[in-house]
Design a protein around this ligand. Structure first.
Ligand SMILES: *Cc1c(COP(=O)(O)O)cnc(C)c1O
Length: 474
């Protein structure tokens, strides 16, 4: 055993919680944060000291200092700061993935932010018909907009698309068969797998075809007396290439309708406008899918649509009515903030020419490589100035991704900064420093470099980004 520099502290020397609470040095903290919060933090501080004493890690002198005014105030202040860091905090998404599920997916347009703020701070006519002076339908406004924009007869909305698929299957296929192609039994993030959702909904999954090829006859032969519906699932986060065959929506609808069954399509991202007009790869739209004969289409609110988390089901009125009668609908319904935001976002789609300006998701996705490259050139010198000489920072072209399962193979030509390090572990160290900034910066490490894709750095955020970068001193 090594000799301790002075007498070890004893647990009996620990001051009582009451004594600490009466210390004049703590008065200001109690005034500012309240008695109960400071009590809780002091109690855990005392526990830490008690543990260190038991472990023989604290001398009597160190203990005395730790419970004295200045050290105690510092410890409580840092505990308060650590608590604050747990808050949902803004980040800079320089990963190149625009709809990043871990970073909250779509950013909302101003119109939606204002609508949410109004719904949060004043009573609203959520379920009230102001003209007739009686109870109204909470989904009526968004339903009307969805029908107007997609040509659907009816629509309903729930918390997210996973909930939409669950509700839809439980309403229409409980204890019955749902026919799906083997190539579409996808997993979207660990928690959402089509076979598992089927089981939870009480539906029996009938897989047909093979992973790479499914033919019309596979569907037709699987249909029997227990069949509830045919289902098509957007493959979202993977692609099957090579020797493949897929039955398209129109052909599947024809087979379903021949047997008097509905065709349901889980579109995943579900765009309401042709992405090709924004210079992006085409993604099947809700309108096209309904026009091809789908009886119901479900899609997310916070993916390509660019709105709040939501699950939208659009299609035949009789089927939507059955879904709305299911008690699960009540359990999965959207809250007023989500509805306010969704209504505001859908309203923007009435003026499609303005979308690339007004909707952050499309504004970001449609930025050109030249525009992003010009931004990289602007940032280059000031950013270099705050990096040590063992880092090199160069402008570089790179590829962004849409994210959230839309067009997994699409590469959007983008630009940004590539940082290399002459020292071992230098990149990981820098990436960590960037994550510790007041507004954490997230890039991507690949091929011995840290890549900062600037597609998602809106010009309005550039100054704030540079200001904290200048303080970096890495
Ligand atoms: C993303 C996705 C879902 C889940 O949607 P959430 O809105 O995230 O619940 C379901 N199906 C497909 C095909 C998807 O791409």
């Amino acid at each position: 055993m090594t000799a301790t520099p002075s007498t070890p502290a004893s647990v009996s020397a620990l001051p009582s919680l009451d004594r600490l609470l009466r210390l004049p040095a703590l008065a200001a903290l109690i005034e500012g944060h309240g008695h109960s919060r400071i009590t809780r933090l002091l109690r855990s501080h005392l526990q830490v000291l008690r543990d260190r004493i038991s472990a023989g890690q604290l001398s009597a002198a160190q203990l005395q200092e730790a419970v004295g005014g200045p050290a105690l105030v510092a410890a409580i202040e840092s505990a308060l700061a650590a608590d604050a860091r747990l808050d949902l905090q803004p980040m800079f998404n320089l990963t190149g993935t625009v709809l990043h599920t871990n970073l909250g997916r779509a950013l909302l347009p101003d119109a939606a932010v204002h609508a949410v703020s109004r719904a949060m701070t004043a009573p609203v006519d959520l379920e009230f018909d102001v003209i007739r002076g009686r109870r109204g339908d909470r989904d009526a406004r968004v339903q009307a907009l969805i029908c107007e924009l997609t040509g659907a007869e009816a629509a309903t909305v729930v918390n997210n698309n996973a909930a939409a698929v669950l509700l839809l299957l439980n309403s229409l296929a409980n204890r019955r068969d749902v026919v799906v192609s083997r190539g579409e039994l996808v997993e979207i993030g660990g928690a959402f797998r089509i076979p598992d959702v089927m089981r939870s909904a009480g539906a029996r999954l009938l897989e047909v075809g093979t992973t790479n090829r499914t033919h019309p006859a596979d569907f037709a032969n699987a249909i029997g007396t227990r069949t509830a519906l045919l289902m098509e699932v957007h493959a979202s986060n993977y692609a099957i290439t090579g020797f493949t065959a897929k039955v398209d929506t129109a052909a599947m609808a024809a087979i379903a309708h021949e047997h008097g069954l509905p065709l349901v399509v889980d579109l995943g991202s579900g765009s309401l406008c042709d992405l090709a007009t924004f210079g992006l790869p085409h993604e099947p739209t809700v309108q096209e899918t309904l026009a091809a004969g789908a009886d119901l289409v479900s899609f997310s609110g916070d993916k390509l649509l660019g709105g709040p988390q939501a699950g939208i089901i659009a299609g035949r009125a009789d089927l939507i009515a059955r879904i709305n009668r299911n008690p699960l609908k009540r359990a999965l319904r959207m809250d007023k903030m989500g509805l306010a935001a969704l209504e505001a976002v859908l309203a923007l789609y009435r003026e499609p020419e303005m979308l690339a300006q007004r909707l952050p998701t499309l504004r970001t996705l449609s930025r050109t490589q030249d525009d992003i490259d010009a931004q990289a050139q602007r940032l280059l010198q000031p950013m270099r100035a705050s990096l040590a000489t063992d880092y090199t920072l160069e402008p570089a072209s790179m590829h962004s991704q849409i994210g959230s399962g839309a067009q997994p193979q699409a590469q959007l030509a983008s630009a940004g900064l590539r940082i290399a390090s002459a020292r071992r572990g230098g990149l990981d160290r820098l990436a960590k420093r960037l994550r510790q900034l007041p507004r954490p910066v997230l890039g991507r490490i690949a091929d011995d470099a840290l890549w900062l894709d600037l597609r998602c750095l809106e010009p309005g955020d550039e100054a704030a980004f540079l200001a904290q970068w200048s303080a970096l001193q890495a």
